[in-house]
Design a protein around this ligand. Structure first.
Ligand SMILES: *Cc1c(COP(=O)(O)O)cnc(C)c1O
Ligand code: SF4
Length: 379
């Protein structure tokens, strides 16, 4: 081992220097965010640039240098997810908050702004308003990344007050924005408080984060050491395309899994990105290989500014049908629609049941062969 800094003078002078920024912060700093930067990078015309300027005024835009490096060419599946498009403002169909995340709370008493309490036993707690990349199809496009929606200390406190006083909540889902963009120390304060609440209730803690996909360098040994103190902790991440599974994201997921954190994945069906069986099958196979269990595939929500990503429901069902029975059951997620109006997630299951009566159920298997299952007689 080479010994350094033995003289006190050099030790002092080293201490005077700020600690080097971790790699993930450098990558984040190296983001492109303005229409002008996008235009320069992708050689847009003047007219395209003017259009994009309007988009960027309406919706936050940011692509960090890691995610940007995954783009191979204009309009590829990575590009479409992160580079703003004029379609975001030319199509006015859809609502800003179709899932009624803001208004659902009015049906309960005194739910604070950072909490969505739709299901009795679990609550969504939106602890961050920033992301490492702003997805063009984001369901919370109305507020994520906007300065006016910055999370305050007071809001966090009233969130905790609510969680504390509602004994029925046994599953706290930390989401955002991206919770893992917080510094370890701020994040740990929140996690340890939330953990204290669910621990007494024998519940679970969850984090919803896109970080393993868009900024895997953020998953550091320090972060994993911290997280593993708060089991039972689950993480759901968000990969949409096999090209997002890189050596970096594989390493990040393995580190989290090694910290004992069960990993799930939520994918959104997106036109031109992943709406075909081949892509989706490749994605789920790669996910289980990096120890991530596909959990949900969402039909895209009818959110204003994201309509160009939406696909037909039948298409999602066809993709599901191409998976079930054909690939490992471990790799198969539920296909769901998050019901507009705040109805929650509803599974969409292709028609495997042909008929059902008192005597028998007639079923279709994955190869379209027909089978019968006898009913039990009534007692
Ligand atoms: C998705 C969601 C949950 C969690 O649902 P699970 O099916 O338990 O994963 C909880 N609350 C809200 C508001 C949600 O949108
Ligand atoms: S990471 Fe999640 S919250 Fe952030 S922009 Fe993407 S979809 Fe929206």
């Amino acid at each position: 081992m080479v010994k350094v800094n033995q003289s006190s003078t050099s030790a002092t002078s080293l201490e005077d220097e700020p600690p080097p920024a971790p790699e993930w912060k450098k990558i984040l700093k190296n983001s492109i965010t303005s229409a002008r930067e996008f235009a320069a990078h992708f050689k847009f015309s003047e007219e395209e640039l003017r259009g994009l300027e309007r988009v960027c005024e309406t919706y936050p835009s940011k692509v960090n240098s890691y995610y940007l490096s995954l783009i191979k060419e204009r309009d590829d599946p990575i590009y479409k997810q992160c580079i703003p498009s004029i379609k975001e403002i030319t199509d006015s169909e859809g609502e800003e908050d179709p899932l009624h995340e803001e208004t659902i709370n009015q049906s309960r008493q005194g739910v604070p702004s950072l909490i969505t309490h739709r299901y009795s036993d679990r609550a969504l707690f939106l602890i961050s308003n920033k992301c490492a990349m702003y997805c063009r199809f984001c369901t919370r496009k109305r507020k994520v990344g906007h300065k006016k929606s910055h999370v305050t200390k007071e809001q966090l406190e009233s969130g905790f007050k609510y969680l504390n006083s509602h004994q029925e909540i046994r599953d706290i889902i930390l989401s955002g924005g991206d919770p893992l963009l917080l510094e370890n120390s701020s994040l740990e304060k929140i996690i340890s408080k939330a953990h204290g609440i669910i621990k007494k209730r024998k519940g679970i803690l969850r984090i919803g984060t896109k970080i393993p996909c868009v900024l895997p360098q953020r998953i550091t040994p320090d972060l994993c050491e911290m997280l593993k103190k708060y089991h039972p902790l689950y993480i759901n991440t968000h990969f949409n395309h096999p090209l997002e599974i890189t050596p970096e994201s594989e390493k990040a997921c393995n580190m989290l899994a090694d910290a004992g954190i069960p990993l799930g994945n939520q994918t959104v069906l997106l036109k031109g990105v992943n709406n075909n069986a081949g892509t989706m099958i490749e994605l789920v196979k790669r996910l289980v290989n990096i120890r991530v269990k596909p959990y949900y595939i969402y039909q895209a929500d009818p959110v204003k500014g994201t309509n160009h990503f939406r696909t037909k429901v039948e298409e999602g069902m066809e993709i599901y049908r191409s998976m079930r029975g054909h690939i490992s059951g471990v790799a198969i997620p539920y296909l769901v629609i998050d019901a507009p109006g705040g109805g929650g997630k509803i599974p969409i299951i292709p028609d495997y049941i042909i008929s059902i009566n008192e005597k028998e159920v007639v079923l279709r298997n994955y190869e379209n062969k027909v089978f019968k299952y006898p009913q039990t007689k009534d007692d």
